[in-house]
Design a protein around this ligand. Structure first.
Ligand code: BT5
Length: 322
């Protein structure tokens, strides 16, 4: 990765949303205006909207101020556990996977910008700088794979409930791994299992949540999506990150102790598509039915001609049937 120090310093200066003259930036960095402009270009490539101003002076300002992640502010809200805040990373999930041997359950990595944010099955997760939440948490389970069924569903449930508690009442879940708002994707969850030895299974759970992504992202996302900010409640990014970490740590502990059972009944009232006609897309196949909640393993229940069939996660996409 190329040197990120200068673009990062530029972002932290510009984050206040005020005008910064080219002359002042040149003096500060000891560079020509053309060189500064080159680094501004990098900042733009990371997804930060920088405006070039020419009158009355030449310089830059951000389209709107940015609240940057602040490790100390997040720390202050966490009762325990380890956390790393990184500015530029390939993927927060990959960061933890690369360190699996030295991690403790509950360890967290969060970042401002992911160069290779990913979704399921090699899909991309758009991750512009400073706009959203990209966060991964590590957990291990000692009792084998069967003890983890429903895990990704549980994560969706507790994140949706957390957001509702914070006042975002319209937040819902969509099977298997999406958080929805106004029928659009607000957040996605990516569970990756790595390095099973005996009965011990290592999980990295990644959460990407859109807070304030520019509308231009629609050119790169092939489904309806939404920002949490659209609800109109002021969001403190650091407080939200801390709340998410605390929620995940607490509920992963509970899940480890009690399994999925305490969560199953909480799905229905959150389910964006409960009792709706849907189609499941599995490879080239399309299966239609009425979405009827989940079973005790977290599999989707589809009613087809009066019978209920369970579909487990694989490469299944669920869409509202027209
Ligand atoms: C997911 O995959 O929804 C899981 C996304 C998990 C992302 C987090 S960020 C932190 C951690 N580190 C990572 O590298 N990943 C995790 P999936 O169901 O496959 O959905 C991917 C699809 O969502 C894409 O094909 C797009 O249609 C859409 N998409 C991509 N970026 C998006 C965004 N920022 N917001 C909403 N939808 C997006």
């Amino acid at each position: 990765m190329k040197n990120v120090g200068i673009p990062l310093k530029l972002i932290s200066l510009l984050a206040d949303g005020e005008f910064h003259s080219g002359a002042k930036l040149s003096a500060l960095f000891g560079m020509s205006f053309a060189e500064i402009n080159k680094y501004i270009q990098t900042v733009r490539e990371w997804g930060v909207e920088v405006l070039t101003i020419t009158v009355p002076k030449t310089g830059y300002r951000l389209h709107e101020p940015l609240q940057l992640l602040d490790e100390t502010a997040i720390w202050a809200r966490l009762p325990y556990g380890r956390l790393v805040v990184i500015s530029v990373i390939n993927s927060t999930n990959q960061y933890l996977i690369d360190r699996i041997g030295i991690l403790e359950p509950g360890d967290v990595c969060t970042a401002e910008y992911q160069t290779q944010g990913r979704g399921r099955r090699g899909r991309k997760w758009l991750s512009p700088f400073g706009k959203n939440i990209y966060l991964s948490i590590y957990w291990r389970f000692e009792q084998g794979q069967s003890a983890t069924s429903g895990l990704s569903i549980m994560v969706g449930i507790v994140i949706a409930e957390m957001l509702q508690r914070l006042g975002f009442e319209g937040v819902r879940v969509k099977w298997p791994n999406d958080i929805y708002l106004n029928n659009s994707k607000l957040a996605g969850i990516l569970l990756e299992i790595t390095g099973q030895v005996g009965n011990v299974i290592h999980f990295v759970i990644g959460v990407g949540m859109n807070l304030n992504m520019p509308g231009s992202a629609s050119d790169m996302i092939d489904q309806d999506w939404i920002n949490l900010q659209e609800v109109g409640i002021t969001i403190d990014r650091n407080a939200l990150v801390a709340e998410l970490i605390n929620t995940l740590r607490q509920t992963l502990q509970q899940f480890e102790r009690d399994g999925f059972a305490p969560f199953v009944n909480r799905w229905q009232s959150l389910d964006n598509f409960y009792n709706c006609p849907v189609k499941l897309i599995i490879g080239n196949q399309e299966i239609r039915g009425i979405s009827s909640g989940i079973n005790t393993n977290g599999a989707l229940l589809l009613e087809q001609d009066g019978e209920y069939h369970a579909y487990s996660d694989g490469d299944i996409s669920l869409r509202l049937a027209s």
